[in-house]
Design a protein around this ligand. Structure first.
Ligand code: ATP
Length: 571
């Protein structure tokens, strides 16, 4: 979107003049004012020697002169280091710990894998400083999870059990990273779990979290953070010591960086982030932001990582899988993520790619249809470099940080620039280089051009896949299919006798033991490969779709029989 058009979109007044994050220089750790020496050491142990622009900007608004006086909304590219940008000041602010642990910082993210990733960042800087980080993501039962988050009455440790036991609950963690659904479960169901002492709330991947309701997580959280700590520890309900009317509380009072003069001004400080932050006033208003300050990277709304190269790969629709295989072959051993438009396509494409015996690349799928355990295992293996190509749907990839991903391939062109930004952003992270290839047919080129115009880095060259590679692949699979097509194809019935084949078909949702077909001119190599083990009875062998159509055979009927058309396999 050009500047003129961008200005015509209704924007909240405080979003009109953002602080440009890119103007902040990267700074070496020794030049960061007030950085706690232990925090500096923890960063050095992570091999971090300087802070990125967005991290410096946030530091200024929190620990520096800004002193967290305003809520912060950050729109900064993928891989620019937003996690550490909020984790660092929060940990530094929590450092003067009170004698009693209580939950003072909450980070909400949309997926479990992302929550685990964020927790790891907090662990690296908070644990050495004696702060504990918890996770509420629904990996275990509510009861098991809560026992890792709070001391139950009678449990040892905590403060002066003789004084408060058996009525009190105490937090085991200072910082909690949570997904919205499980967070709401704890707020509503877990005795002793309270957000009343919360000082900091971070909403990461905010546009995604604000787009979906997730059991009304936001109003639930905001309501339960409403502390009555103005009245010196008399709680407004809940199962903690405040409810019991103790004369004083050893818990910290919320005054987080928003004290004015000598008068403490109780407020929950909020940090809201994304690489594609929403500007929709209706969504943002739900956050109930206090005097918000908008930090943006550059002038445009969408910005791609600086060292990302974008390419278009133009190909005919029906040979798209061949282009993908050829492209993957040409990328060699480099780690790569292939994006499709849905979980079904992800599953099918992964199966399809694994049919190419000569590809010699390990490929696995990663999608929301898989069990969390399977998904996390796959992600770990990918991180460790145990396989090179991950085929993925969009839902799970926001914020995912995997070292060494050099290439992203859009097998299906994304519909929206936001999707492009998040997909492409899995590479070229933290200043590294990376490439994003988008496969498209000729008639999609115009749409792609429009899409790319909305991002700041809109240069996009064409990447040509050598035609000899495509021809080689084509002839391999064509010849195989011809060979197998020759078996009796006399009637319009197809019997699936072969057990491995049946399994295979089942895996791509073709749950039939026998098929009635008019048309079994199999135009995709994947289906051709099935033919080799199918006992075929039909009379249409070798006829093209056009010829079949001329005979009045309804091509759509295939949909009824297979649950999908041969064309579905191309998409
Ligand atoms: N100051 C730094 N120096 C070196 N590496 C850093 C620094 N800060 C962050 N990183 C690394 O940069 C990578 C990207 O960071 P992070 O995941 O926080 O990005 P992000 O902006 O949240 O991206 P996304 O929008 O995709 O979630 C991580 O691997 C992180 O370890």
């Amino acid at each position: 979107m050009d500047d003129k058009k961008q200005q015509s979109v209704p924007v909240l007044p405080w979003m009109r003049h953002p602080v440009d994050v890119t103007r902040c220089e990267q700074l070496s750790l020794r030049r960061i004012p007030f950085l706690d020496r232990r925090l500096k050491l923890a960063l050095e142990n992570m091999e971090i020697s300087e802070l990125f622009s967005v991290q410096v900007a946030l530091w200024q608004e929190t620990i520096g002169p800004g002193n967290f006086e305003r809520d912060l909304c950050i729109n900064s590219p993928t891989g620019s280091g937003k996690t550490l940008a909020y984790a660092l000041p929060i940990v530094q602010k929590l450092l003067p710990t009170s004698t009693v642990k209580c939950l003072r910082a909450l980070v909400v993210v949309p997926t479990r894998d992302l929550a685990l990733q964020v927790k790891q960042v907090f662990d690296a800087i908070a644990l050495p400083l004696g702060l504990r980080v918890g996770l509420a993501v629904g990996q275990s039962s509510v009861a098991d999870e809560i026992s890792s988050l709070i001391y139950l009455p009678g449990e040892e440790e905590g403060v002066d059990p003789g004084f408060l036991s058996p009525f009190w609950f105490q937090s085991k963690v200072d910082i909690l990273v949570a997904t919205p659904g499980r967070l709401v479960d704890h707020v509503n169901l877990s005795r002793g779990f309270t957000l009343k002492h919360l000082h900091y709330l971070v909403v990461d991947e905010a546009d995604r979290l604000l787009r979906e309701d997730y059991q009304s997580w936001l109003p639930t959280v905001l309501k339960s953070t409403q502390s009555s700590n103005n009245d010196d520890g008399g709680g407004d309900g809940g199962d903690d010591v405040f409810q019991l009317g103790f004369p004083y509380s050893p818990w910290s009072r919320r005054t987080c960086g928003v004290e004015r003069g000598s008068k403490p001004y109780s407020r929950l400080a909020k940090v809201v982030l994304s690489a594609t932050l929403t500007r929709d006033p209706g969504r943002l208003v739900q956050l109930n932001l206090h005097h918000p300050l908008f930090l943006n990277a550059g002038k445009m709304r969408y910005r791609l990582p600086e060292n990302l190269e974008s390419f278009k790969v133009i190909c005919e629709r029906k040979v798209k899988p061949l282009y993908l295989v050829a492209l993957l072959k040409s990328l060699g051993e480099e780690k790569c993520i292939v994006f499709t438009r849905s979980v079904d396509s992800t599953h099918r494409l992964c199966k399809l790619l694994n049919c190419f015996g000569d590809l010699q690349i390990d490929i696995k799928e990663y999608s929301g249809h898989q069990h969390q355990r399977v998904r996390s295992k796959t992600l770990n293996e990918f991180r460790k470099g145990q396989f090179q190509v991950l085929v993925s749907s969009d839902a799970m990839t926001r914020g995912m940080d995997v070292e060494g991903v050099r290439n992203v391939i859009n097998y299906h062109m994304p519909k929206y620039i936001k999707t492009y930004v998040h997909r492409a952003g899995r590479t070229a992270r933290a200043g590294q280089t990376g490439r994003c290839f988008t496969l498209m047919s000729n008639d999609e080129v115009g749409r792609f051009k429009k899409l790319m115009k909305k991002a700041e880095a809109s240069a996009c060259l064409e990447h040509t896949v050598p035609s000899h590679l495509i021809e080689e692949l084509h002839s391999t699979y064509q010849s195989e299919s011809k060979l197998h097509n020759c078996e009796g194809f006399t009637k319009n019935t197809l019997t699936l006798e072969d057990e491995p084949l049946q399994k295979h078909l089942k895996a791509i949702n073709m749950n039939h033991s026998s098929l009635n077909v008019h048309d079994f001119t199999l135009t995709t190599f994947i289906v051709e490969r099935f033919v080799c083990t199918i006992k075929i009875e039909g009379d249409n062998i070798g006829e093209s779709h056009e010829a079949q159509e001329a005979q009045g055979i309804d091509q759509n009927e295939r949909k009824v029989f297979y649950g999908m058309t041969a064309n579905d396999l191309y998409r």
